[in-house]
Design a protein around this ligand. Structure first.
Ligand code: FES
Length: 178
């Protein structure tokens, strides 16, 4: 007949081993957690990327060649658009709070409103058919390319698609949550 197994004994060494392991784990977590939060911060409360619906003052199908219509990011809730590309002061992923839909050479483009020099808002010059920056005199062709510096790079595109009606577009953006 087999003998009953002897009850397991917990020695002082076992206890010290577990205690040291727990202490080491807690120390590592305490040291690493702030680094992880630094590199991958949690998005601010309520902030969420997604499509932003924009109502245009002029429907896209009524834009004439060389026309551009300005639009702003909706404020309720507070939103912004996400730049798709860029250079100079602009970069992919940066935020814009306005833009232009422009019809040029039969093609419709949507640009962020930010000048690539230092980020001022450009305005449409209807007579010259250019986007002009009031801050330091940069000018852009309607296709977004630089006509005159100091802007070092074209206007940034916004990623968009047609909305449910010709006077609506849907632009990649973010709800800011404040
Ligand atoms: S910010 Fe536009 S030219 Fe300087």
């Amino acid at each position: 007949m087999a003998e009953a197994a002897a009850p397991r004994r917990y020695t002082r060494r076992t206890f010290l081993g577990w205690w040291l392991a727990s202490l080491l784990t807690a120390t590592v977590i305490t040291a690493v957690a702030p680094i992880l939060v630094y590199f991958w911060p949690a998005p601010p409360k309520g902030q969420k990327k997604g499509p932003v619906n924009v109502a245009l003052q002029t429907p896209i199908d009524q834009l004439q060649e060389g026309d551009a219509v300005k639009f702003d990011a909706p404020r309720s809730p507070n939103t912004a658009f996400i730049m798709a590309d860029g250079g100079g002061d602009n970069a992919p992923g940066e935020l814009a709070f306005g833009g232009f839909v422009v019809k040029n050479s039969g093609k419709v483009d949507v640009f962020a409103i930010n000048c690539s020099h230092l980020g001022c808002s450009v305005a449409l010059n209807k007579d010259a058919k250019t986007f002009d920056c009031p801050c330091h005199g940069s000018r852009f062709h309607l296709d977004g390319t630089v006509l005159q510096g100091p802007a070092p790079a074209p206007l940034s595109h916004l990623t968009w698609k047609q909305g449910a009606t010709p006077d609506q577009i849907v632009v990649d953006g973010i709800v800011l949550g404040f």
